[in-house]
Design a binder for this molecule. Structure first.
Ligand code: DI6
Ligand code: FE
Length: 402
């Protein structure tokens, strides 16, 4: 008896991204979907008999898992075009931040924006990601920096998941920068993050994870450790903006707290890589920020690879250091600037990005049981997704089987 399914995509070439096999490439494959989940994805020859309600002929197109952007700051007010112009004239990111610009200027604009304005501007950025095949997007808070504003950002992020056909994961980033009213007292602000902001966010179940910015212009390892302990007490997983502009031991700190991911990592040393490998912490590489800030210190990709650390690739979409809304471009930059292979780039925006969000087995691969999130591409070979710039060959996108 043929198994009844909702949809069957036939005559496709599959990049299943399953852990086994060379990136799970199947020259002639099918995908079957039942109840929004993949019932089968693999070679046509090995497939059981299916009786689909709908059959879609892919005419030899490639199917990958729907793309996952595992590190974004999509919700914010205003823009930072003026700061971009200042940097073109020679000011550095750190100088602008120290002078009250940078993240804090976006905090002012975000607090001043209405919920509707935040939803609209973030929605249009999200649409750019969706148009390139994204089916899961992580969104951080961190431009509110007081309880009410952080909660507002996270509510807007959650609402985006109701008004767009995409899975949204939210991350509380209260420890992103010192708000203007904090009078330079970082410790008092971190105490407030732990005692007031984080519990309020957790009470409303508005965050799937907790993040922090460990950096000279932001918070110390001890302060981030305090935030991570508070997150653990509330049962929330953690991740970290680590070693982006200097090596404060961010990778080790993240690993010590069993973080899902440590992100950026330009300044991470051997000890940090070893700690991440030991803890199973994913390395999230963010070449957009590296490019925009014209950084020269490269993340330790060869060491991460040698140590078997999973490497994800993400846009870091934010108004200051990475005004990027293209995962295809992020892959190109990860290859050209960081030396990732095509297979590493593709895994970085699918399977490994799922690991960075704690969604392994739920998204990021084409395997029986995972959410039926697909990107169907008009390409001859997968490398085209990485090597072409400003080219979007998405033919169709499927989210939860639709
Ligand atoms: N690192 C980044 O790249 C972003 N945040 C962070 O902690 C930058 C955010 C911004 O400049 O607005
Ligand atoms: Fe970031």
């Amino acid at each position: 008896m043929a198994r009844r399914v909702d949809r069957l995509w036939t005559n496709a070439r599959l990049l299943t991204m399953a852990e086994s096999g060379v990136a799970g490439r199947d020259a002639a494959g099918i995908v079957a979907c039942a109840g929004g989940r993949i019932a089968y994805a693999g070679p046509t020859a090995d497939a059981p008999a299916f009786d689909p309600a709908e059959r879609i002929d892919c005419a030899g197109r490639w199917i990958t898992p729907g793309l996952i952007d595992c590190h974004t700051h999509l919700v914010y007010g205003g823009d930072r075009a003026a700061e971009f112009e200042m940097r073109l004239k020679g000011a550095t990111y750190q100088e602008i931040a120290a002078a009250g610009g940078g993240i804090v200027s976006t905090v002012r604009a975000t607090r001043a924006a209405s919920d509707e304005a935040l939803l609209a501007s973030a929605g249009s950025r999200l649409d750019r990601l969706i148009a390139e095949g994204a089916t899961t997007v992580e969104i951080k808070s961190g431009y509110g920096l007081d309880t009410a504003s952080e909660i507002r950002m996270l509510r807007v992020a959650r609402r985006l998941g109701q008004v767009r056909p995409v899975t949204i994961r939210t991350t509380f980033l209260g420890a992103h920068a010192l708000p203007p009213e904090a009078n330079s007292d970082k410790q008092a602000y971190i105490d407030r993050v732990c005692a007031e902001m984080l519990p309020a966010v957790a009470r409303e179940k508005l965050a799937d994870a907790v993040d922090g910015f460990c950096e000279g212009i932001a918070f110390s390892p001890a302060q981030i450790g305090q935030v991570f302990a508070a997150a653990a007490a509330l049962g929330l997983p953690v991740k970290l903006h680590a070693d982006q502009l200097s090596d404060l031991g961010g990778a080790e700190l993240a690993a010590r707290h069993g973080a899902l991911s440590a992100d950026h990592l330009e300044w991470t040393g051997e000890a940090g890589v070893a700690a991440m490998a030991q803890a199973g912490t994913v390395a999230v590489l963010l070449p957009g920020a590296f490019y925009v800030l014209r950084e020269t210190k490269l993340p330790p990709v060869a060491a991460l690879r040698r140590a078997g650390v999973r490497m994800a690739v993400s846009t870091d979409s934010n108004p200051g250091t990475s005004p990027v809304t293209s995962l295809l471009l992020a892959m190109n930059m990860a290859a050209t600037l960081f030396g990732l292979t095509v297979d590493e780039c593709l895994a970085g925006v699918t399977r490994e990005a799922a690991h960075a969000l704690g969604l392994a087995g739920e998204a990021g691969t084409l395997e029986a049981g995972t959410s039926c999130d697909l990107a169907i591409w008009d390409i001859e070979r997968p490398a085209e997704l990485v090597y072409r710039l400003g080219f979007n060959p998405l033919h169709a996108r499927v989210w939860r089987g639709q």
